[in-house]
Design a protein around this ligand. Structure first.
Ligand SMILES: [Zn+2]
Length: 344
């Protein structure tokens, strides 16, 4: 049985600004939780590599790469009101993208059965030519392009369960068709994109699937989107590889958003994605860390994903299911999205 792996590198902690929600402390909290709970000991550590500028050019303009490099070299600056660059950010961002590339190659080559890249800075808001929303380079999009352009694959699915829409990933593949991009996210919300009529164009038409949810949805509504829209769409697309943009800011404890997912909900989503990979593409799946800003919820939620990837039972977490609330009815929205994408 090939091992389940993880990628981590201490350079990821060197991209940091005191008081910013997208902090090194997020990843420190994840790693210390995984160490103290014994999860890391069951996994194979895979070294990250540095993405090259050629790797980034699979998705990004040379101008964006030069901008981030120059901002780091110049001592750091803010690229937008949310997105900082410090002197070590360019090096961290290269290894963040490279951390997902290394995992994708290791899984495709059969060295690992599945993997989770514990990387930062995160990536899914970074468009081909713009860093934004805490993201410098689009780690998952670069890995998908690498699998398609360099590793001979023809179909890659990207599943994005971060609470924000992955506008950068959508932009990168909007007219492509070789990438199925499925996203659940709070809407309307940052960055403003991801409404359900956004379905792709040209050869990409139908390969972009957005499930925009109102604030207050919880585990049940989220699982309905995965069971009733994601799973049939992924089965029809029949990917050769699945990448997951794994953000945990939909957790009810998260300070930045209001979807009300629990750690158990993340376990269910991760289990469904692992089962789809087993059914459709020889188990090939790589998770990559995106957002998530409550440090306790992050540790338990990442553990839940590893437990799903390794086939372990869910380890009940102290946060539980959260306080009960009235949740919006999303059945009409899901029916409309299923109809739009021909999933009925
Ligand atoms: Zn997010």
């Amino acid at each position: 049985m090939r091992p389940v792996g993880y990628v981590y590198d201490p350079i990821y902690l060197e991209h940091d600004v005191a008081g910013h929600p997208e902090s090194a402390g997020r990843l420190q909290a994840i790693v210390s939780h995984l160490e103290s709970s014994g999860v890391l000991g069951r996994l194979e550590e895979l070294p990250a590599r540095d993405a090259t500028e050629d790797d980034l050019a699979l998705v990004h303009s040379p101008a964006l790469v030069a901008q981030v490099k120059a901002a780091s070299g110049g001592g750091g600056r803010w690229l937008d009101p949310d997105t900082y660059v410090v002197p070590r950010s360019f090096a961290a961002a290269l290894r963040s993208a490279g951390g997902v590339l290394a995992a994708a190659d290791a899984v495709l080559d059969g060295d690992l059965s599945r993997a989770f890249s514990l990387v930062r800075p995160p990536g899914h808001h970074a468009t081909p030519d713009r860093a934004m929303g805490f993201c410098l380079f689009n780690n998952v999009a670069v890995a998908a392009a690498h699998l398609l352009e360099r590793r001979g694959l023809e179909r890659v699915a990207i599943i994005d369960f971060d609470v924000h829409h992955g506008n950068g990933t959508q932009d990168a593949f909007y007219t492509d068709g070789r990438v199925l991009y499925f996203s659940t996210h709070q809407h309307p919300f940052y960055p403003g994109t991801g409404d359900w009529p956004e379905v792709g164009e040209g050869p990409g038409r139908g390969a972009i699937i957005n499930v925009p949810y109102p604030a207050g949805c919880g585990d049940e509504a989220l699982m309905a989107a995965y069971r009733d829209v994601c799973a049939p769409a992924v089965r029809r697309f029949h990917p050769q590889f699945i990448l997951a943009s794994a953000g945990f800011d939909a957790h009810f404890a998260d300070p930045l958003a209001q979807l009300r997912v629990s750690t158990a909900g993340y376990y269910e989503i991760a289990t469904l994605l692992r089962e789809l990979a087993d059914e459709l593409c020889e188990g090939r799946i790589v998770f990559a860390l995106e957002g998530g800003y409550d440090h306790t919820a992050l540790g338990w939620s990442v553990q839940a994903c590893f437990d799903a990837l390794t086939g372990n039972d869910f380890a009940p977490d102290p946060l539980g299911r959260g306080p009960p609330t009235r949740t919006p009815d999303v059945s009409a929205l899901l029916a409309r999205i299923r109809e739009l994408h021909g999933l009925d």
